[in-house]
Design a binder for this molecule. Structure first.
Ligand SMILES: *Cc1c(COP(=O)(O)O)cnc(C)c1O
Length: 349
């Protein structure tokens, strides 16, 4: 985590870094993420309860709620705990106007530059900004937007260039820090034709050794922070025509040694991962066969003659990038990391 944070720093030497720790630190555990990113300038997340928890755990630097507050209780917590938050809709502004602030509250004004998820359209930002500025107690207003396709050089529907252009026009004349890039943006910060400069960046996935798409994480010298591993707990030797698992989806075309691995969808391994999804057994690459069940999965050990009960199986992480497993399973590394189930025993290396 420290190494990956340093990589983000090297990409964005002029900017301050919000290390994004939402979703329980992308599945790594909030406290573990907090310790791993101790050198970040702030921690950003979505869950108000976890923002309070970060203060209880001793985090003294800034905290940002990326979706802001959902009700007046959240606003009270933000003031009590000194938590910064996004304002993305007029309903939130009305909530702020209705409840006199007891202290100072720093905010992020979220601009919708084409993603059409959260935020004010560029043309509506000045008015929203003015309303926030008029509220006694509101401190720094940071202007922020979020990219839809930062990992693609030229998306046919919405380019990062276009989002940056809209952001600059909506933010024109408004005072305050700027916050633009997620991991994909951070990794592209050096590109000469991109006006990506900002005061803050908000990397998430890259800090956990994953990529948002494009070249593999190793190409950016990012290291996996989570290795999911288990062991072979059973063996079956089957012949041509024999089938494996629920639904009997896999049929052997010849003599096949099946390894049963103690890991399933109740551990966070995706049930929809198809035959051929890569796994490592004692460091040798082989693949999933048959359907993933709740507590187990079956793998092909035919080409790994040394393997047996007790062999270590890596599902993702060191030696097997989570992005590669995710791609085979038709999803993204983010989803696999976030879905790590509470029953998985965590061992800190
Ligand atoms: C999750 C999130 C990020 C981090 O995105 P990554 O792709 O993981 O780097 C940044 N900004 C906002 C607003 C987010 O919600």
């Amino acid at each position: 985590m420290q190494h990956n944070l340093a990589r983000a720093r090297a990409c964005a030497p002029q900017a301050k870094i919000w290390a994004v720790v939402k979703a329980n630190g992308y599945g790594h555990g909030l406290e573990r993420a907090m310790r791993g990113f101790a050198a970040a300038d702030g921690l950003a997340l979505v869950e108000p309860d976890y923002a309070r928890r970060l203060r209880e755990l001793g985090w003294r630097k800034p905290i940002l709620l990326l979706e802001g507050f959902f009700d007046p209780d959240d606003l009270a917590m933000m003031q009590e705990c000194g938590v910064n938050g996004a304002v993305h809709c007029v309903e939130q502004i009305a909530m702020l106007e209705a409840a006199p602030l007891k202290g100072r509250l720093d905010l992020h004004l979220k601009m919708n530059t084409g993603m059409n998820r959260l935020g004010f359209l560029p043309a509506a930002c000045a008015a929203a900004y003015a309303r926030l500025r008029a509220i006694p107690g509101v401190g720094t207003i940071t202007l922020m937007t979020h990219f839809a396709n930062a990992e693609e050089a030229a998306h046919p529907s919405l380019t990062m260039h276009e989002q940056i252009r809209r952001f600059r026009s909506g933010a024109d004349g408004l005072d305050g820090p700027r916050s633009l890039a997620n991991s994909a943006g951070v990794l592209r910060l050096g590109e000469p034709d991109l006006d990506l400069a900002s005061d803050w960046v908000r990397p998430g996935i890259m800090l956990y050794g994953g990529t948002p798409g494009g070249p593999p994480a190793a190409a950016y010298d990012l290291r996996p922070t989570m290795t999911l591993s288990s062991a072979v707990i059973g063996l079956q030797d089957i012949g041509a025509g024999d089938v494996v698992g629920y639904g009997s989806h896999f049929r052997a075309s010849g003599p096949t040694r099946v390894g049963v691995v103690a890991c399933g969808y109740a551990d966070g391994y995706p049930r929809h991962a198809p035959h051929g999804t890569p796994v490592l057994v004692d460091g040798v690459r082989t693949s999933l066969i048959g359907r993933v069940s709740m507590d187990m999965m079956t793998i092909d050990l035919t080409g790994v003659p040394g393997a047996g009960v007790g062999s270590v199986v890596t599902l993702w992480g060191a030696g097997l990038p989570v992005d590669e497993v995710a791609q085979a399973a038709g999803t993204i590394g983010y989803e696999l990391l976030c879905a790590l189930a509470p029953r998985v025993r965590v061992v800190e290396a």
